[in-house]
Design a binder for this molecule. Sequence first.
Ligand SMILES: [Fe+2]
Length: 397
Amino acid sequence: MTIDDASTVHAGRPLTPDFIDHAWRPLASATRRDDGFIDVTWPDGATFPAYSLWLAENAEGYGLESRTRESTLEPRDLPAPDSITAASVDADGALVLDWADGRRSRVHPGWLRHVAEGRHLPAAVLPEPVMWTGSDFSEPPTLDGSNILDDDAVLEEWLATLVRYGLCRLTNTPTDPDFVGRLVGHVGPIRDTNFGLVWSVQAKPDPDSTAYTGLDLGQHTDLPTREVPPGFQFLHCIENTVQGGWSRMSDGWAVAEAIREEHPDAYEALTTLDWVFCNRAKDAEHRWVGPMIDHGSRHQPLTLRAFYPVRSAPHMAPADMPRAYEAMRVFATMARDPRFQLVYPFRPGDLVGFDNRRILHGRDAFESAGSRHLRGTYADHDDLYSRLRVLRRGMHS
Ligand SMILES: [Fe+2]
């Protein structure tokens, strides 16, 4: 089938259980089976077994509610699995279902194709993550951000690069202290924390985090004190006249894989031995327990819990503590190895976004003469992914 055939407009398209403008993909056949499935086929040979009760939930004229595009069928009200009495394909290529209670539904064949190809899955529309090391880049992947709020193509490329490499820098953004909040708010909801929606990183006389000093900060991820640490972090340079203070980034995914290969004992300790994490703020007390390299469970991404200032205590048998500390030494040493690390200056107007659960970030020490002012904020993976999927609707329907 050519693209033109696929995108031909057909009148009276059935509603789909989403708000995606699916290309019309006419069916070649529909066959009712005795076990409750309808086998549909397309002219190119693709096939899909659609289960009758799933069709009942999602078909216009049955479970599908036209305004919300959600199913209104409570499971106890589902019909019997054999209640489709006939399945056919109409002249436009739509699936037509006759139900035992006399109703008839028409199902969009492009939506069926979308599911048949797995394009409804969370990762389907997003770029494949790409692991990187210090030999792939000398500086973060970079885009001109001067027009990002007005140009969805730039926004789409920025978000896609953030998903692919876990890291993308914008240059030429306005050095307005509110810009990072405006930009991330344009992507989706900002992830609020005890630091506030948008916060400043600058040396303060009474710091409540190592970030608010001029001290060197080793490679880390923020807020491992939370059940789900923020998915993305954004740092925007407003002013920088200090000596030093260069940024360092390393792909924690690549670091974890190298430790798995080269230091299997350390890898075992880092992925199985738990630590208690606790922030030390005067007005907040967040705590969580987990390993430093957390592969999560099925469908959950890698989470690195790697911020030593908020690591509170080992939560393991005393006999495991020496190897747990030794494994952390391996982790921190690898994370700073030039093999993995990018080191680059932060210039006013630069705005760096990174996956806070995958990318390890740090900074060199800086002198107190001069001033260095960053504005930062967080967003969750979910909201950034959602924005990217919506931007890509039509490109991948
Ligand atoms: Fe940080």
